[in-house]
Design a binder for this molecule. Sequence first.
Ligand code: IVH
Length: 692
Amino acid sequence: MDLFRQRMRQLQAQIEEANYRYYVLDDPLLPDADWDRLLRELQDLEHRHPEFADPNSPTQRVGNRPASGFRELAHSVPMLSLANAFSDDEIEDFAGRIAKETGDDNPVFSVEPKLDGLAISLRYENGVFIRGATRGDGSTGEDVTANLRTVKCIPLKLRGDAPTVLEVRGEVYMPRADFESYNARALAEGGKTLANPRNGAAGSLRQLDPRVTATRPLAFYAYGLGEVSVMPPSIQTHSQSLAWVREFGLPVCPEAGTARGPAGVLDFYHRLGAQRDALGYDIDGAVYKLDRFDQQRAMGFVSRAPRWAIAHKYPAQEQQTVIEAIDVQVGRTGAITPVARLAPVQVAGVVVTNATLHNADQITRLDVRISDTVIVRRAGDVIPEVVRVIEDRRPAATTPWRMPVHCPICGSAIEREEGEVVSRCTGGLFCPAQSKQALIHFSSRRAMDIDGLGERLIEDLVDLGYVKTIADLYTLRLDDFLAMKRRAEERDGSTPETVKAGRVASKWAENLLQAIDASRATVLERVLFALGIRDVGESTAKTLARHFGALDPIMSADESVLREVPDIGPVVAARIAHFFAQAHNREVIAALRGNGVHWPEGPPQRAQDGPLAGKTIVLTGGLAAMSRDEAGTRLEALGAKLSGSVSKKTGILIAGEAAGSKLAKARELGLEIWDEAMLLSFLADNEGGRDD
Ligand code: IVH
């Protein structure tokens, strides 16, 4: 028996400590879900063992004493709290109690989001905001009037004919977008960031200096009334009262509405839940309030919560767990993402074992270390992330995490370019983590165009060890495909093949081999594009191919030579030089050639060779006969250099339909101007070699 008593005292102490941290210090110790769990366990024990219940138990009061530094303010009407429900069944029970006591089994409810901020009472006298307070313990709160006056959406004067005394209750919260931009700015300026929007709201209202509060993006939604000198007799329901205060200029949550019976409120719950991540503010549940005041009176109160209202919670999006390891993942462009391996934890209904740490800067910012206890967050379909470390729980002898210097997959150096947040594996085509993506790109239609070699197949080829690099594709034999298919089917538990299916399989493999073989004879620009060099798209590949005429001079060109190529800027020049400087990339290219991939090579076609050599051309407005892209490519083929802006150096401006400021500027500068007809006739006269 004493065990129960002991457990109750222990729970009480834990909750009290957590409350103090949450309510007074604004520095939460526990994720909400853990707190809820402790409180429910205590409530349950108190229910089963009333003989051990303490009148000062945290279940018997709300929050804690006001923080020192603010004046205490007694609430003329107590600020109540809500009972919580976590399941549809508990809502049915709630509706059952109401039906039993009011005789109404399908009553109207006011249905509202449960806003995740801080409860506030605003007192207006003769239409003027005179003071505002936090909830505190429900009977006495803290006077935060000066801070509330800085909240832009709280009116200092009411519109219309307000009663002599009007107390409005609601939630001060921080809109999510404002929270994000506040943190982004704080980070850029080296300031302190806010842990989450709820903490942002609570912490900001508890600032002793209202000028600090004024810099915080706070907002307010009204959800109820306190003292009211005279209620107009026309207001008989909660939803009417919200519409009423709204007319005085107080914001009411736009998602609030009414619903009928338990089915109606559950429908609201599920619809709101589906919208949860798209709302502009954080919520942690839905609130249902019996709408009719006479029905509310019939239900009354227990301890400090009304029996006519309930909060229906959503699964917590944040949970606490421990970091067991920090690994790095290699993405398709070699981007390295640090990933936290977690002690498994349920977050919003899913077991989470991994969470992203985004990048090295984020880890430094959070100072996440292996063995740390952390808060992880999972919202909707977003990848779970580590939000913060609970530093009190850090074991002795941990060290800050460092980005590895070698890729865990291929051992190549990990590098981080200046000004970039992302670190990358320099392994390129040699790195198996990157090779799948490289292979998918390589065989795609606009690259080597290998028909039938899709993503699934490439994954199997790499996973089962048949292919590592793009060059390996050209070593595959018929038997390899058949053996791989068999192994993939075994792995996936597919049914064994019939003889007929065997024939189908070999036909499939033959076709694939043929497609691979056909891609051996190609053109330089395709190969250059297919290599998947960062920032080298089709058009740059084409420019390079034309400018150099052959692969070897491109591979040996240094940055300064590449920069001379029309339209290749310093960044792309550096990427190309960097790519070909990597020994393993050169090896892969040698292997491609060794495996019979070939293309015609010829003399360079430099700008000085064409009829438009040395001319800078600007294209503006719409063309009827072709896209601007196509016109650009065709002009470049004739030696022109394209530019996006008009200047004295512009040779010709080609003005299509609805040309605007560029045309005006060209006229002003007295430049040569062509219309589409002139362009088409020039192309017809000069593109001797075209066959279309
Ligand atoms: S009504 C008589 N409505 O939830 C009931 N509360 O535990 C008084 N909250 O302190 C509260 N959204 O901070 C009510 N639409 C809403 C709410 C809401 C959030 C918070 C509020 C209150 C706590 C109740």
